[in-house]
Design a protein around this ligand. Structure first.
Ligand SMILES: Nc1ncnc2c1ncn2[C@@H]1O[C@H](COP(=O)(O)OP(=O)(O)OP(=O)(O)O)[C@@H](O)[C@H]1O
Length: 677
């Protein structure tokens, strides 16, 4: 982009600022114009004071008290007026700048929340942080000096007019100097433009690299990549330093010129003024006024340079903000609410999906996917890695929309539902658990209406997390650290399951949400999710499964290969009819056995105590409703229909919690359950 175009765009950005903040802009411009006019007045008052007070005092050795008082009052009045002007200008400009920053920060972050997952997956987190921070700030950098510059332009016009009123010859000095000042300012901003833009771009890149390195600290450390990561960061930091130095060089070159020009003007005025005085064309006080005028002009004129110099950076920042604000693919919600109660029905009808880039290009990852999760049933999604399981989970929670086909909950297309209807009815627990830097309570309730401590403990119990939370020093009030660093992977996963359950979803989508949990605990969680406990309704469950025990709990298995449903049926049916499925499940089993052998002796008894509800009577704090009535009711009435063993197992575990039963009991029941499945 040429610098002319950048300047034109920059002025448009300033126009948007004025449109968004007309009142603060008006206050600051009025203040600035007042200051500018009074600056000119200062020059003329000073000239008059020299002519009427200083010179007579030198010539006659005394001054009339009246003149002295008048001079003093004039200087005082002008100074007070300038103070008011500066206050108005600064307060107005500050309010304008910070209001704009706040407004666009909010707009950008609100937009992030509305943009679909696919958009987020295409943008680095560091860049998004930079958009909401550095870019918003950059876009509105010129606002601080902008009203000052507007006032200065008014001042220059008034100065030239007052020069011509005073004396045409001295006015010619102004006519030569003022355009030169503007010319140097424009040249300055042209040189600065690409350099500032580059520095701004590098700032975002440094932030992205830093974010990625910190985020991947575990990989960096375990793979011994500290040195190369440090080098990668240092490389970007050096580029940023060099770019910023290049900006400084231009500033260093132009600043003295911009400072010197008004001083040259003062010198020229003294020479021309002296000559005109000798001709008797001007008085001494007029020469003093004009010379003084050039002296006081030096500073305000710089404001024009500041604005022009910041415009390129502002344009870059603005364009990066617009990239977010104009991004398409908003999740558009419909008007339909869901009226049903109890477990929801989910169906996929001939669903195709492709992850596309900004240009809409992308490979299809799901083709003609059709299956149902009937109310109250558990369906397991099984398939080799990359077959599309997580994509189906994301589609079910409407994180993305299908390219073609339809996904329905209770017979209503997800795209027709209101935002609340879907989030009230369905909950997704993702592959990677995300835990806020908050208390356990905050993480579970998320400030949702109706999710009180009782609901939180109920959810924790269902997620088999009440044991470890009960053992935490402050129970629900325990702060879990950034991303839940003070918790184990399995504990984090159970916390996120509890969070999903606390909202009493009618449909639960578990995307490999229990991978870090002990298989027995996982089985207990799934079993407990399938049944009502009086206060919590059972949900329909779509679970991405990798363990035989998990798969065995499902009423139906949907087997995927390369984005297509290859087979559907019970686990036993698929073992016979789908050779790929049998191979995969056997591979899972082997891997599981291998892992169990490796970890047979590394169970931390304390963790087991917390993890396995049967190990110790884990009495949660007073908030937990105690006693058998609080436990998940046992017995066939609460049983999930397809896997009675699972219910038995869970009932056993729940009642065992109050009765203090031991590990073997749970093991036996879980073994029974896998046999029966
Ligand atoms: N954000 C994305 N952009 C582009 N392609 C993607 C994206 N996410 C997933 N894919 C591709 O879509 C296909 C399906 O991925 P998906 O994560 O749904 O598979 P999966 O069955 O859940 O795999 P896994 O078992 O390894 O978690 C893969 O080929 C993957 O490379």
């Amino acid at each position: 982009m040429t610098s002319g175009k950048v300047l034109a765009k920059g002025f448009r950005v300033l126009g948007y600022a004025v449109r968004d903040e007309p009142h603060t802009f008006a206050v600051s411009v009025v203040g600035s114009v007042l200051f500018s006019l009074l600056t000119i007045a200062t020059a003329f008052v000073s000239g008059r004071v020299v002519g009427k007070i200083v010179l007579p005092a030198i010539d006659h050795g005394h001054v009339a008290v009246g003149s002295l008082l008048l001079g003093g009052l004039a200087i005082l009045a002008v100074s007070l007026g300038k103070i008011v002007g500066i206050l108005g200008r600064r307060l107005g400009a500050g309010a304008m700048q910070f209001n704009l920053q706040a407004k666009y920060r909010r707009a950008v972050t609100r937009r992030y929340l509305r943009l679909p997952l696919a958009w987020h997956q295409r943008h680095a987190t560091g860049t998004l942080l930079s958009n909401a921070n550095a870019d918003v700030e950059a876009a509105w950098y010129p606002i601080a000096p902008f009203p000052f510059a507007v006032g200065t332009v008014v001042m220059l016009v008034a100065a030239v007019a007052s020069l011509f009123v005073t004396d045409w010859a001295m006015a010619l000095v102004g006519v030569a100097i003022f355009p030169a000042l503007l010319g140097v300012n424009v040249a300055y901003s042209r040189r600065m433009s690409p350099r500032i833009a580059k520095a701004q771009q590098l700032r975002a890149e440094v932030s992205a690299v830093a974010h990625e390195s910190f985020d991947g600290a575990l990989v960096v450390k375990t793979m011994g990549r500290e040195a190369s990561e440090t080098e990668r960061f240092a490389d970007k930091a050096v580029q940023l330093r060099d770019a910023t130095i290049r900006v400084g060089r231009v500033r260093a070159l132009f600043d003295p010129v911009l400072d010197a020009l008004p001083s040259l003007g003062t010198l020229a005025v003294l020479i021309v003024g002296g000559w005109r005085y000798q001709q008797g064309a001007v008085r001494v006080d007029e020469v003093v006024s004009v010379a003084f005028l050039f002296t006081v002009l030096a500073f305000p004129v710089r404001a024009i340079g500041w604005v022009l110099a910041e415009l390129p950076r502002s344009v870059v920042g603005w364009e990066r903000i617009r990239h977010v604000l104009d991004a398409e693919g908003d999740t558009v919600y419909g008007e339909t609410a869901l009226t049903g109660t109890g477990p929801a029905a989910l169906s996929f009808r001939d669903v195709d999906f492709a992850y596309t880039d900004e240009e809409g290009n992308g490979q299809r990852v799901l083709a003609g996917v059709t299956f149902d999760v009937p109310p109250g049933r558990t369906v397991a999604l099984v398939g080799p890695t990359g077959s599309g399981k997580s994509t189906i989970a994301a589609l079910a929670a409407r994180l993305v929309d299908p390219g073609s086909g339809a996904i329905e909950v209770d017979g209503v297309d997800l795209r027709e539902l209101t935002q609340d209807a879907l989030s009230d009815a369905a909950a997704l627990v993702a592959q990677v658990p995300f835990v806020f830097d908050d208390t356990v309570r905050g993480n579970i309730t998320l400030d949702r209406a109706g999710v009180d401590d009782d609901a939180a403990w109920r959810a924790l119990r269902l997620a088999q997390a009440d044991g470890f939370v009960g053992h935490l020093a402050d129970g629900l009030d325990t702060t879990v650290g950034e991303r839940g660093t003070s918790l184990s992977g399995g504990q984090r996963q159970r916390l996120t399951i509890a969070r999903a359950l606390a909202g009493a979803p009618r449909l639960l989508v578990l995307d490999d949400a229990t991978s870090a949990v002990d298989p027995r605990v996982e089985a207990a969680i799934l079993a407990s999710l399938r049944r009502a406990d009086g206060a919590t309704q059972p949900a329909s469950i779509l679970v991405v499964a990798y363990r035989r025990a998990t798969i065995a709990l499902a009423d139906e298995v949907v087997y995927l290969e390369r984005g297509r449903v290859v087979a559907r049926g019970t686990h036993t049916e698929l073992l016979e009819t789908a050779p790929g499925y049998a191979d995969l499940v056997t591979a899972y089993e082997k891997a599981e056995e291998e892992r169990e052998r490796e970890h047979a002796f590394d169970v931390d008894p304390l963790d087991l105590a917390a993890d396995l509800p049967t190990t110790a009577p884990t009495t949660p704090p007073a908030a937990v409703p105690a006693g058998p009535s609080a436990a998940v009711p046992a017995g066939p009435s609460a049983a999930g229909p397809a896997v009675p063993g699972a219910v038995g197992a869970h009932a056993g575990s729940s009642s065992a919690r109050s009765a203090g039963a031991d590990d073997d009991d749970l093991d036996d029941r879980l073994d029974e359950q896998s046999v029966s499945a």
